[in-house]
Every structure is written in C-alpha cells, then in structure tokens.
Design a protein around this ligand. Structure first.
Ligand code: TYD
Length: 227
C-alpha cells in the first residue's frame, strides 16, 4: 500500500523546473520523478510547451519559429493557449486526484523569454498569467542556474549536428539576459522558488532538489522505499 502523500489542501503537488538552455532540467525532472515513484507517490511527468496533444501541436509551431515574426506578445499568447489546454487536460485532473505533477518549464518561462526579453510590460504578463493559469500555481519551482556560456555549450553538445531551434539560435547576450531574468523571478518569489547551482554534477544537483522537496513536502521524506 503506497504511502498517501499530498502537497496541499485537497490536491496533489505541482512542481516546476525553469531556467535557461542546457541547465539539465530534463535529466533532473527524470531523477525527481523516479525518486517520487520509488516511494509510491503517483507522479505525472510533463513538459511545456506541450504536455497534451493540442499543446504538442502548438509546440511544433512555436519551436519552428513560425510565430516569431508576429512578435513577443503573439508568442506569449500562443504559449499561453498551449498552457490552457495542458492545464485543462492533464495538470488539473492529475492534481485533483492527488498526484504530484512535475513539469519541465511553465509560466515563468513565458515571463522570462517573452516578457523580459520581449520587453512586454509586467501588466501584460501578470494579466495573461492570471487568465491562463488561474489557481493552478506551482507549489515549488526549481530554477536551474548556470552561466549562459556553459549552458549554450552543453545545449550545443547535446544537439550535435541538428539545427538549433528558435530560442537556441539567439545570441549569447540573449541567454545572459535570460539568466538574469530567471534569477530575478527566483528572488521575487522566495516562498516558491529554489535557485539551484546547475554547474554542479548531476548527483549533487539531484540531491539539492530532493532535499528541497523533502523540506516542502515532509510526508515525502518519511514515505518509505519498497523493501
Ligand atoms: P525545449 O527543447 O523544451 O528546450 P529546453 O530543453 O531548454 O526546455 O524548448 C522549449 C523552448 O521554448 C525553450 O527555448 C524555451 C521556450 N519557451 C518560451 O519561450 N516560452 C514559454 O512559455 C515556454 C514554456 C518555453
């Protein structure tokens, strides 16, 4: 019988991973999901843009750069349209049945990429976030932080000979500003965000993340591993 672990009142827990390119988010999502499942916690792993069939279709359009010519406001709207579908069809139902949802990128990415770098007003981003996510706010957000040069080198090595996508193709100044923007988001929301030093090795980063999950959800810490 798995230990019942719930994040907040009457619902599961929502954990997001954020940061620039090459910070190892996907690896850390996998590690955390495996650790939670090993303790009998029902856990849904997902990502943005995407996570539901309609949102995955919009992902292709966005990452191919087809919306870029319309400007950052239009891009923010299409990322948000994908997010609404993802929330309605996957995230909210999972939280309602008490599951943990671990998501690779969420609304902070729109705030950093389209908002800060696209020079959209805070009023625009705040309003968009409010109508898009409503009360589906993350309980805990990991911001994986590393210098832009290191992140881009890692992303390039991972990509090999494949073409860079819409955002990977941006100049290094863009990625430096992106890092500043994610750090500012983490500083503005200390109750929700944990800034993680992503220059460390994979195991050290995973250990920092696990410690923070156990602090935020003490029931997870005492859930026993199968014998
Ligand atoms: P992905 O290949 O998943 O990149 P990463 O491994 O860095 O997460 O592509 C997602 C890209 O979309 C990434 O460059 C960030 C960007 N993005 C936005 O610009 N706004 C958003 O709201 C989201 C969710 C992602």
């Amino acid at each position: 019988m798995p230990t019942e672990v719930k994040g907040g009142a009457g619902r599961g827990a929502f954990i997001t991973f954020e940061g620039g390119e090459g910070g190892g988010k996907s690896t850390q999502v996998q590690r955390l999901v495996a650790a939670l499942r090993a303790r009998g916690v029902e856990t849904v792993a997902t990502r943005e843009p995407g996570g539901s069939p309609n949102a995955e279709a919009l992902r292709d359009v966005l990452l191919a750069g087809l919306v870029a010519p319309l400007g950052p406001a239009a891009e923010a709207l299409i990322f948000s349209a994908a997010r609404i579908d993802h929330i309605d069809n996957l995230i909210r139902p999972a939280l309602q049945r008490g599951a943990f949802v671990v998501c690779d990128r969420f609304a902070d990415s729109t705030r950093a990429y389209q908002g800060a770098l696209g020079k959209l007003s805070e009023t625009f981003i705040d309003g968009l976030e409010k109508v898009t996510i409503g009360d589906v706010r993350p309980d805990l957000t990991f911001v994986l932080d590393l210098p832009a040069e290191e992140g881009m080198a890692r992303a390039g090595a991972r990509r090999g000979r494949a073409a860079a996508d819409r955002f990977e193709a941006e100049a290094i100044e863009f990625h430096r500003a992106l890092r500043d923007s994610f750090r500012a988001i983490a500083a503005a929301h200390p109750e929700r965000c944990v800034l993680v030093d992503a220059t460390q090795g994979i195991d050290e980063v995973a250990a920092d993340i696990w410690a923070a999950v156990c602090r935020r959800f003490p029931a997870v810490a005492v859930a026993s591993l199968p014998t």
